[in-house]
Design a protein around this ligand. Structure first.
Ligand code: NI
Length: 187
């Protein structure tokens, strides 16, 4: 089932999400719905607060994109991260042009470490520690930020944030078109 995604300005995106344990009901169904929602919106990561659930659950998935046909191939890599914790950040940093399903039509270069060690459980409650590199390391950091109530635009310079203020305000007011379903903030 595709879930509506909350946008910039929604209070759930600013909460510190809570860890879950094995008593959390229907976890596998939620995770499946989060993958479906993410792929439907052409995303590579989705955190539970983005579907209005302030719990520490993240899905990440990659599919090759074919520019010629404008279609995606089958999933090549997928990770469900329950209660993820970044144990260590690598020394090297670089910029990468990030976007976010909760912040439509805004793409900005964000500086982050290129590698992280992340500890988490999957939806079968198997424990993992991954040394993440490349796009995986990037998305892990973006999604763990969501669990801590942060969005990627928080990490921009104050000048960039000032320049984006109108666009962010428009998203918060629900004045943005997306091909996927968004949940409006009640004001
Ligand atoms: Ni995001």
């Amino acid at each position: 089932m595709i879930l509506p995604i909350v946008g910039y300005g929604h209070p759930t995106l600013r909460k510190v999400s809570q860890p879950i344990d094995q008593s959390y009901p229907n976890l596998k169904e939620l995770v499946a719905n989060m993958y479906e929602t993410m792929y439907n919106a052409d995303g590579v990561g989705l955190a539970a607060p983005q579907v209005d659930l302030p719990i520490r659950v993240v899905v990440i998935g990659f599919r090759p994109y074919d520019e010629k046909t404008d279609t995606f191939g089958p999933v090549t890599e997928q990770h469900t991260l329950i209660n993820p914790e970044i144990l260590a950040f690598g020394d090297q940093k670089d910029y990468y042009n990030e976007g976010c399903l909760s912040v439509p039509d805004i793409h900005e270069d964000v500086l982050r470490p290129t590698t992280v060690r992340v500890h988490y459980w999957d939806e079968d409650w198997h424990e993992h520690t991954d040394d993440a590199t490349g796009l995986y390391a990037r998305v892990v950091q973006h999604e763990v930020d969501h669990l801590d109530g942060k969005v990627f635009t928080d990490r921009l310079s104050s000048l960039r944030k000032t320049l984006l203020r109108k666009k962010l305000g428009a998203i918060a007011d629900g004045k943005v078109q997306t091909k996927y379903k968004m949940k409006r903030v009640k004001r």
